[in-house]
Design a protein around this ligand. Structure first.
Ligand code: GLV
Length: 310
């Protein structure tokens, strides 16, 4: 059986092909060649794959995505409606994303930027100590990653709530679910963390209307997708002072264009989509396990449900 490996962005095929081939000794692992012929692969292992993947490789039995989010796949032409798509679950990403979110939260709530300014002025000066009740955090998304994030925050005793499609019981985390409870969730939240998958239902979810319902002096932490955030609306809310700052790992356009207004805003911290890297060893092990289960017709986790888009 043949596996085509088609990845761009931060996953460089040169570093992944040999380990993947080694992990799949009974298969032929082939690199996607941009102008090459179809290899008539049985399986594809992909990350932000080339636009013509599905137009060229028409014999695929399943696709394995080297990341949690599959939105890039859905944008490609020729994706067969019944082709099984499997995504990574955690694979070392959840703990990294939890660290990233905790860093951004603590930086705001423990006044680290203020202390940096004071240091620059040579000042030994205390700002008021933290009152946790003034820092309610709301995490949108309660899958493997969102749950890990919410629980890490709960462990530090911040008031934390999650909002997801269906209710999710987690110790120390108040669960809100569905569109009917979205406003209630926003209104009790000061630090809004986005870990949602990007789907037709979640695109643009962080817009003026939703963000202005947050408590005043709000913070935005986006580790989902750039498409979740209406970027001009964030700028307007920063200008009005309702939102005090944002830590953004994902953007409408990546790499973030040099001329983008975000670069010049000190209230925005920009990172280049690194909050949760797909770690090679974990990711390959997960792909191999899923592929073997698929071939044996065993039940699979991480299978995308096409009707909900993740
Ligand atoms: C990263 O963005 C992922 O979807 O895994």
């Amino acid at each position: 059986m043949k596996v085509v490996f088609a990845a761009t962005d931060n996953i460089t095929p040169e570093h992944w092909l040999a380990p993947l081939q080694q992990a799949l000794p009974d298969m032929e692992v082939l690199a996607w060649q941009q102008d090459g012929p179809a290899v008539e692969a049985d399986f594809a292992v992909v990350w932000t794959p080339p636009a013509d993947l599905f137009l060229r490789e028409t014999r695929l039995k399943a696709v394995f995505n080297l990341g949690a989010g599959v939105d890039a796949l859905f944008r490609l032409p020729g994706l067969p409606a019944d082709l099984p798509i499997l995504r990574l679950e955690d694979a070392g990403m959840a703990v990294q994303i939890a660290e990233y979110v905790i860093h951004a939260l603590l930086r705001a709530s423990r006044s680290f930027d203020q202390y940096q300014d004071l240091q620059q002025q040579g000042l030994w000066q205390r700002v008021p100590a933290i009152q946790r009740e003034r820092w309610p955090v709301g995490v949108m998304g309660a899958g493997v990653i969102g749950s890990r994030v919410a629980q890490a925050i709960a462990a530090l005793e911040y008031p934390v709530a999650s909002w997801s499609r269906s209710a999710k019981a987690m110790p120390g985390v108040t669960s809100f679910s569905g569109p009917d409870h979205f406003s209630e969730f926003l209104q009790r939240t000061r630090v809004l963390v986005n870990v949602l998958p990007l789907t037709a239902e979640t695109i643009g979810i962080m817009c003026r209307e939703s963000m202005q319902q947050l408590q005043s002096s709000a913070y935005i932490i986006n580790v989902g997708r750039g498409g979740h955030l209406v970027e001009d609306d964030l700028l307007a809310l920063l200008d009005s002072g309702h939102v005090k700052g944002a830590t953004l790992d994902v953007f409408q356009q990546e790499p973030l264009p040099k001329s983008h207004a975000f670069w010049k805003r000190p209230e925005i911290t920009i990172t280049p989509h690194i909050s949760g890297a797909s770690l090679q060893e974990n990711s390959i092990a997960q792909v191999v396990t899923k592929l073997q289960s698929f071939i044996r017709g065993e039940p699979l986790t991480g299978l995308i449900q096409r009707d909900r888009g993740y």
